[in-house]
Write a protein of this length. Structure first.
Length: 534
């Protein structure tokens, strides 16, 4: 009986002990969570699955690889310390591994992500880029065909037969009727001498004819006067060529002098096309080379022309150079002012490396293509662009024929590369570094010479969560100079090593640089002067 009572008492005491331990564990966990939350800056974390690994340790996924952080490739600037769904769109967060920073400038993208984001690659090929291009222009009058019809006498315009510009005229068509008072007296003198039977009258008749010629009277009109034996002070001026009236300089009743321009006639047997060539492509125009012209009024008819000249004038507003093209126009179908497009063939070029134009990322200061190196890895490569035509771009350097380049989905790889520092954007966007000796109270205590020599140094405070060989894992808040949010991440230990007074749980002030390979290397780390505890 006593034995049973002792067993029941022992069981009751064990149950009470279990309850007490559970309560104490909950209280301690709550206090630790409150303490850590008060020290570290808040980090925006979406609803995520519980992270694997012990609290305060560096996280790892199911494959055992160490994870620096998780992020949404569409919003690479925001980082999370747990896996889960992205708060920005319906997709899982993507892990960024610690060993990916040492990939010699390459970025690894899983096949699932590559398929989801439509990453597509093509092979750079060796070929000849079509150097031709198209431009637009307008039909203009061939100025070499302009003919002036002038008055050779002093008189008056009795009637002008052409009334408006652009009126068509035929060769030999009457343009104007002129009344010339001086002709009447000279003609009467000619008729009188011709009727005279006095010796030497024949010579005087020739002199009278020459006088009429000097007054501008045509030979045909002189012959008519002698034939009809009737004087007339009126004369008709005819068109010497066929074309259109380009300019009118006289009207009915106007007094005219010798040299007065009655009309100007433009021939339309040939016309000019004045094409506006972009300044960047003016060097491809071959003077004397053939071109194809398509007038807007006749889109199904290809007209053949020749580049006569590249005019020495640049349109400052449109940055274009005018090319003069001569076109045959036997039927007069092309009218001045018509719009037309012209296809320039350009000079033959040597074979070069061709890639789709969409594969080239233009940053303004350089041109980059993303190269697929195999096994889901990609690397950005600086290239030299020679020229572009249609959908192809010719490269002068950077990529060889046979290399596979990314033509779609570059934004995913570019964001991954930016996070690794491969494209150098993280350091390029940071604030200018201050000499370590002037800004850091711990200057001279273990910082490498590279940092003091002018590398970009970022400074922050945080709590050491783990030290694993050459890696120090620090929980820190947002670091504006590096474009980083608050998280726990790994840093390479400084060259002298981690100080003995820095241990897991120690609050520290630290400084680091981002190497060209994307590594976060500590240049100094020391217990924080604000307090050494977590």
């Amino acid at each position: 009986m006593n034995t049973k009572r002792m067993q029941r008492g022992l069981a009751a005491r064990m149950a009470a002990l279990v309850v007490a331990v559970a309560a104490a564990t909950g209280i301690v966990g709550y206090l630790i969570g409150t303490r850590v939350a008060s020290v570290a800056e808040p980090v925006a974390v979406p609803q995520a699955a519980p992270a694997s690994g012990a609290p305060g340790k560096f996280l790892a996924d199911e494959s055992g690889r160490r994870v620096l952080y998780w992020h949404d490739p569409m919003v690479p600037g925001q980082r999370f310390d747990k896996p889960g769904k992205s708060p920005f769109m319906d997709m899982d967060l993507v892990p960024v591994y610690a060993d990916a920073a040492a990939d010699s400038g390459q970025v690894a993208v899983s096949s699932r992500l590559a398929q989801s984001f439509g990453v597509r690659t093509v092979e750079a090929r060796l070929g000849t880029l079509e150097s031709g291009f198209r431009a637009t222009g307008a039909i203009a009058v061939d100025e070499r065909s302009l003919v002036g019809v002038q008055s050779r006498v002093q008189g008056f315009v009795e009637r002008l037969h052409v009334r408006a510009t652009y009126d068509p005229v035929r060769a030999g068509q009457a343009i104007a009727d002129l009344f010339v008072p001086e002709w009447v007296a000279a003609q009467e003198e000619l008729l009188a001498l011709a009727a005279s039977a006095q010796p030497g009258s024949a010579a005087l008749v020739d002199a009278a004819r020459n006088r009429l010629r000097l007054l501008g009277m045509p030979d045909a009109e002189i012959a008519r006067v002698e034939r009809e034996k009737k004087s007339s002070g009126r004369v008709s001026v005819v068109a010497p060529v066929a074309g259109i009236v380009w300019e009118i300089g006289a009207r009915d009743g106007m007094a005219v002098m010798p040299g007065t321009n009655l009309v100007r006639i433009a021939g339309l047997s040939s016309v000019w096309l004045i094409a506006e060539v972009p300044e960047a492509q003016a060097g491809l125009v071959v003077v004397g080379g053939p071109v194809e012209v398509y007038a807007a009024a006749y889109p199904d008819r290809a007209l053949r022309g020749t580049v006569e000249a590249l005019l020495p004038e640049v349109n400052a507003a449109a940055r274009t150079v005018r090319a003069r093209i001569v076109l045959a126009n036997p039927r007069g179908a092309l009218k001045p002012g018509m719009y037309a497009s012209v296809a320039f063939k350009g000079a033959a070029t040597k074979p070069g490396v061709l890639v789709p134009s969409e594969a080239v990322i233009r940053t303004g200061t350089r041109d980059v293509v993303i190269v697929a190196t195999g096994d889901g890895r990609y690397a950005p490569v600086d290239v030299g662009v020679l020229r572009e035509s249609g959908e192809l771009t010719e490269l002068r350097s950077g990529v060889e024929a046979g290399t596979r380049v990314v033509v779609s989905g570059q934004f995913l790889i570019d964001s991954e590369a930016s996070l690794r520092g491969v494209l150098g954007r993280m350091n390029a966007g940071a604030e200018p570094a201050v000499p370590a000796a002037a800004a850091d109270p711990h200057a001279g205590h273990g910082e490498p010479a590279a940092a003091a020599a002018g590398s970009v140094v970022h400074r922050a405070s945080g709590v050491v969560r783990d030290i694993d060989g050459a890696d120090v894992f620090i929980e820190h808040g947002a670091i504006a100079s590096a474009g980083m949010g608050g998280m726990t991440m790994g840093f390479k230990a400084p060259v002298p090593g981690v100080p003995a007074n820095v241990k897991p749980g120690t609050r520290v002030d630290f400084a680091f640089t981002i190497t060209p390979r994307g590594e976060f290397a500590l240049t100094s780390i020391a217990p924080s002067r604000a307090g050494g505890g977590p």
